[in-house]
Design a protein around this ligand. Structure first.
Ligand code: PEP
Ligand code: MG
Length: 571
């Protein structure tokens, strides 16, 4: 058995599908000219079928212009000049693999050297098609998530957001990666897409073979390789029970998040891309409490996404949420979130460095473009904005002033923008929690980022395995800061939410409720379990519980206290 970090809950039993690029080695031997020509023809046919299959799967998922890429690939594959040159080489006694490689490479360099942008871009298509064709000539598997047509668990070193976005949940029942942690990119995507996942599972690539069975228990991170028939039966049962439990919660989709004594809170969702909104609606999310807009920037290949691209994405989310609030967090890049097209300064501590609002205030061109895109989109729903990593009052005032300037400019240009846009901030640096009383006079709301607030309060890197014992969101020190932020917000008639992972922690919920938290924002699949918990609690009673745990000495004591309370309640 291997052990990883369970980041997206579920239990799955399926065949291993390893997502690794094949190593291309040309053959030492070759057949007769006829045999090589036949080999080439067969590979062309298989490549044709593969591309058609990918295109068929992508219908409805991709936009029309994206689907056209597949047509371009098919045209390329069947180009008489391309095929003719390869056949000529084979007739000249070259192996079919060497011929495909040589002609493809020549074409790629020819197209890459052209001045015209259109032809330059075609070089990438030729490379793609040629690679697939060559793999088919050599009988190598080209890993392609869209061609999978049986239930599999993806095993990979790590997954990119686009790998994750391509996953068809009908076939891909889970994924298991060597790299990653709870707050890594692929983990957040997995939760949004509701695909069970275990990450940080060292050794899984080496220990598995394509097509073997495996069991992944993504409730606790256990991964069983070559399971026995009994294990398969046992875990299939457990998986069914878990699904039934999940299904039973569906009755709560349209129910309010209201306590036994009639106190109402809001359970909102965290999203990373417009695609995540489906899950929010399906799970009864009352709002989007955190839209991590940086994902759009991280997915962009060449440059910062332009205003139009951002506007389209933001508008899509607002329209889909149909009048429910969407909190746009402005660009939170830096730390572990890097961009291909932007060079960050070399720093010893990037998490404490040039990032998020610090970068935005310095590179106002980037910041203003985003604010304009959000403001323009705000005409299509209920938008709110918050700034990440605010440490000082002056930062908040500067960010808000830039926002106001862009708003006024747009209005002067006659562009329609939303009328009542709340402008709030994340409380994720201890300084802002300590000074919450001051910040609450300027910000329209607070959203507490407990992932970072914990890391900075405990001085424990949230991604480090070595100091993970110190990563304690329920430490009374962190809870004290959370209380400070909530109290300050309420003193000035503002609302306060939590959008860090702790919002969906069933043990934290009674405490946060008792502290008076107004909004709990979490990944969509956590919404219904959280709502069930909130509906079972009594707010007045939780005020007592919160006061009690704040007086405890350690995070373990806090957890134990709440667990005991919940256990006793069950009896
Ligand atoms: C947080 O810090 O708690 C948060 C929600 O933001 P992120 O995880 O994106 O840093
Ligand atoms: Mg954060």
């Amino acid at each position: 058995m291997l052990k990883g970090i369970a980041v997206s809950s579920g239990i799955v039993v399926g065949k291993v599908y390893k997502l690794v690029q094949p190593e291309i080695v040309l053959r030492d031997t070759k057949g007769s000219v006829e045999e090589e020509l036949q080999r080439f023809k067969d590979a062309v046919n298989k490549t044709q079928t593969d591309i058609e299959k990918i295109k068929e799967r992508a219908q409805g998922k991709l936009k029309a212009e994206e689907l056209e890429i597949f047509d371009a690939h098919l045209t390329m594959l069947n180009d008489p000049e391309y095929q003719g040159q390869i056949e000529e080489m084979i007739k000249g006694d070259q192996g079919s693999d060497a011929a495909v490689k040589c002609v493809t490479d020549n074409m790629v360099s020819l197209f890459s050297s052209m001045e015209d942008e259109y032809f330059k871009e075609r070089a990438a298509d030729i490379r793609d098609v040629g690679h697939r064709l060559l793999c088919n000539v050599l009988g190598l598997k080209v890993p392609d998530l869209t061609t999978i047509d049986e239930k599999v668990v993806i095993v990979a070193s790590d997954l990119t957001p686009s790998d994750t976005a391509q996953m068809d949940k009908n076939y891909i029942v889970g994924f298991c990666t060597e790299e990653g942690g709870r707050t890594s990119h692929s983990a957040i995507m997995a939760r949004s897409l509701e695909i069970p996942a275990v990450v940080g599972c060292r050794g899984v690539l080496e220990a598995t073979k394509d097509g073997e069975m495996m069991i992944m228990d993504a409730t606790n991170g256990d991964v069983f390789l070559e399971p026995t028939a009994e294990q398969i039966a046992d875990y299939t049962k457990r998986s069914e029970a878990l699904l039934a439990e999940k299904e039973a919660l569906r009755v709560l989709v349209d129910q309010p998040s209201i306590t036994q004594d009639g106190h109402r809170v809001e359970i909102a969702a965290n999203i990373g891309t417009p695609k995540d909104v489906d899950g929010v609606i399906k799970n009864g999310g009352e709002a989007v409490g955190l839209y991590r807009t940086e994902f759009l920037y991280m997915d962009s290949k060449e440059d910062f996404p332009d205003e139009e691209t951002q506007y389209e994405a933001y508008k899509t989310v607002l329209e889909a949420m149909n009048g429910r609030r969407v909190v746009f967090r402005t660009l939170d890049i830096g730390g572990d979130k890097k961009l291909n097209y932007f060079e960050f300064p070399q720093e010893l501590n990037p998490f404490l460095g040039y990032r998020a609002v610090r970068l935005c205030l310095d590179r106002q061109d980037i910041f203003r473009t985003q604010l304009r895109a959000i403001l323009r989109a705000s005409a299509y729903g209920k938008a709110a904005i918050m700034f990440p990593m605010i440490a000082t009052i002056s930062e908040f005032k500067q960010a808000k002033a830039i926002y106001e300037q862009e708003r006024e400019k747009l209005i002067a240009e006659g562009v329609k923008v939303g009328e009542h846009i709340e402008v709030g901030m994340m409380v994720e640096i201890p300084a802002s929690a300590i000074m919450a009383d001051k910040f609450a006079q300027y910000a329209d709301f607070f959203s507490i980022g407990t992932n970072d607030l914990t890391q900075y309060t405990m001085a424990a890197d949230r991604g480090s395995k070595e100091v993970s014992y110190l990563y304690q969101p329920l430490n009374p020190a962190v809870l004290t800061l959370i209380k400070k932020a909530i109290d300050a917000a309420h003193k000035y008639g503002k609302w306060c939410g939590v959008c860090g992972e702790v919002a969906s922690d069933i043990i934290a919920a009674p405490i946060l409720l008792g502290l008076g938290l107004d909004e709990f924002s979490m990944t969509a699949p956590s919404i219904l379990p959280a709502r069930k918990m909130i509906r079972s609690l009594n707010k007045k009673e939780m005020e007592g519980l919160a006061a009690k745990v704040l007086d405890l000495e350690t995070a373990d004591e806090v957890r134990e206290y709440v667990e005991n309370y919940l256990e006793k309640r069950e009896k």
